[in-house]
Write a protein that binds this ligand. Structure first.
Ligand SMILES: [Zn+2]
Length: 203
């Protein structure tokens, strides 16, 4: 197969989206490169590919992987640029290597899953909403909370919930939402929702 080991792994996950992919398959795809596991971690942690492992869900056994959604679009340079190890270390250091949602730290046993807690670096404002790989936009999350955050974003939020979240967000986050909405609707005609459909929303 042509291309780098990583591009072959990307293609393999795309071809088998929603299916269980095993370590043995990935090893074969990556050959002769032996570091397939590192490439998979990079796809997950640096490129934001929604690849699940047994750490994320009990449906998978150790050595099994699954691409559970559409990989992030890579149309802009910002999306392609990966988070540096230095930045990741800075986030972990600032957060005391502690999940910023539930307070668990690496090495703890998660009482819900009985597994060792693994920490991830997550975006506060998602990259797809213009969030950047900057210290202020990054936080430490454990696997459980990280997955919870992702689960929330896969469900379509209600207008009321969405507005309440925007209201309680910080100015920087509100501005990011505003800029994204502005760029989205500037170029196309809008059909605004009647205020009557938004209980408690008075403009
Ligand atoms: Zn947590």
């Amino acid at each position: 197969m042509a291309g780098s080991a990583k591009s072959r792994i990307r293609q393999y996950f795309r071809d088998h989206a929603g299916e269980v992919v095993t370590a043995a398959q990935l090893q074969a795809v990556a050959q002769p490169v032996s570091e397939w596991a590192r490439r998979v971690r990079e796809l997950r942690d640096e490129e934001g590919w929604p690849i699940r492992t047994n750490h994320d869900t009990q449906d998978l056994k150790p050595g099994e992987y699954m691409l559970v959604g559409e990989p992030p679009a890579q149309s802009t340079k910002a999306m392609v640029r990966t988070m540096s190890q230095r930045l990741r270390a800075q986030v972990l250091d600032r957060d005391g290597s502690t999940c910023q949602m539930c307070g668990k730290t690496a090495g703890d046993i998660d009482p819900d899953t009985g597994r060792l807690v693994r920490l991830h670096i997550g975006h506060i404002v998602d990259k797809s909403f213009g969030g950047e790989d900057k210290l202020a936009n990054l936080r430490t999350l454990c696997s459980t909370c990280n997955q919870g955050a992702k689960n929330i974003t896969t469900e379509k939020p209600s207008t009321i919930w969405l507005l309440s979240q925007v209201r309680r967000a910080g100015n920087g986050e509100q501005l990011a939402v505003y800029n994204w909405l502005k760029s989205k609707y500037e170029s196309q005609p809008t059909s605004p929702v009647a205020s009557s459909e938004l209980p408690g929303f008075d403009g």
